[in-house]
Write a protein that binds this ligand. Structure first.
Ligand code: NJP
Length: 229
């Protein structure tokens, strides 16, 4: 029995893989995304008595607060949140990209993460809980013209600033920073990439540490393929 973990972006990719790994570790799960059909199927797979599936858009604070209320009614507590929902933007650089696509991405990747944290904080403060965020290797390096990378630099900043805000509360903040992961995030599979379970393993590692260990960041990149002789 490992407490209650809320995961946004749980309908596919990294979020769904983390839900499966956390279920194996004995967590009760609150799973959130917009695709309720996928969440329902995942809840069936993991055991509906252990899972609360919440259809929500992370950019909507009312829906986020309703999710936390429902989680507390169902499980009585919240021990961790993995703010993982995110999306890519438009390619093309600052001179060419589709700025409407930028708006959706910025709202989801930055504002949505902030809302998830704010909605969960009261319950997490009571449990001395754990906040985990999906940043990115792209939030650690420069990528020419990439607004996506800029949104993930913002997530890095959210993690750092939140940790300082929560200093002395017993709460912990972990930034999970993947390189390329083979998920539905990409239309075409990347040439070499991590598996979504590799990232789930990192989340479980951070969660499993004793209370005096605050894993600040885990940056994980795929190993480049062997170069040809
Ligand atoms: O991609 P995908 P990943 N409200 O597309 C949800 C970051 N990342 O697992 O709403 C609520 O399979 C969406 O659900 P739905 C990436 O930036 C990835 O790779 O049903 N949920 C789905 O569950 C992101 O932060 C790579 O469409 C919303 C999930 O988000 C995280 O990893 C590398 C939503 C996206 O799952 C998970 O992405 C890296 C909204 N408004 C960072 N919008 C990589 N794949 O290489 C989307 O460094 N979702």
């Amino acid at each position: 029995q490992n407490g209650v973990l809320l995961i946004t972006g749980a309908s596919s990719g990294i979020g769904a893989a983390t839900a499966r790994a956390a279920a194996r570790e004995g967590y009760k799960l609150v799973l959130a995304a917009r695709s309720s059909d996928k969440l329902t199927a995942l809840a069936q797979e993991l055991g509906p008595e252990n899972v609360l599936a919440c259809e929500l858009d992370v950019t909507n604070m009312e829906q986020q607060q309703a999710m936390v209320e429902q989680a507390l009614e169902t499980f009585g507590r919240l021990d961790g949140v993995f703010a993982n929902a995110g999306r890519g933007g438009s390619p093309g650089g600052f001179s060419e990209a589709d700025h409407d696509a930028w708006r959706e991405m910025i709202l989801t990747n930055i504002y949505g993460v902030g809302l998830t944290i704010q909605a969960c904080l009261p319950a997490l403060k009571r449990s001395k809980g754990h906040v985990l965020l999906t940043g990115s290797a792209a939030g650690r390096t420069t990528i020419p013209g990439s607004m996506y990378s800029a949104t993930k630099w913002a997530v890095t900043g959210i993690g750092y600033n939140l940790r300082e805000e929560l200093r002395g509360t017993g709460m912990r903040v972990t930034l999970i920073e993947p390189g390329m992961v083979d998920t539905p995030f990409f239309d075409e599979p990347p040439t070499y990439a991590l598996d979504d379970r590799d990232i789930a393993n990192a989340v479980i590692y951070a969660l499993a540490q004793p209370a005096h260990v605050d894993v600040n960041e885990i940056l994980i990149r795929p190993t480049p393929p062997l170069s040809e002789e």
